[in-house]
Design a protein. Sequence first.
Length: 131
Amino acid sequence: VGGVVSDRGRLGTLGHVRRSRGSGLVPCAARWGADLVAVGRPPPGVDAVAVIARLKDDPATAATPVLHAAPADDTCPECPADVCLSSGSTPGQLARVAEALLELARARARRSGLYAARASLATGAASRPAP
């Protein structure tokens, strides 16, 4: 999560949530292997759309779904996020959209074979010596 995201507590029900500042969001998402990036209202001097563009341009994070929890007055016409959702949305809507993006990413990963590779790494199978 980068920036101020209202209803951030509900995102915690979907998994482990880490925060990062706007300028460090791209390297952190790559290092942590983020399954989803939510970008909220950035601190002064940080352009959320530019941060999202860097996420989508970086090969390490390009496939990561991005949810932009945009300020209510922001129309996001050039935003490359997968979904732009007004921060004035109803309670729980952010978490429901995040959950849908996560499920879509998992389905794409299963279809491409990345799911099996990630699962084997998570269980340590990739680090065990072959018999």
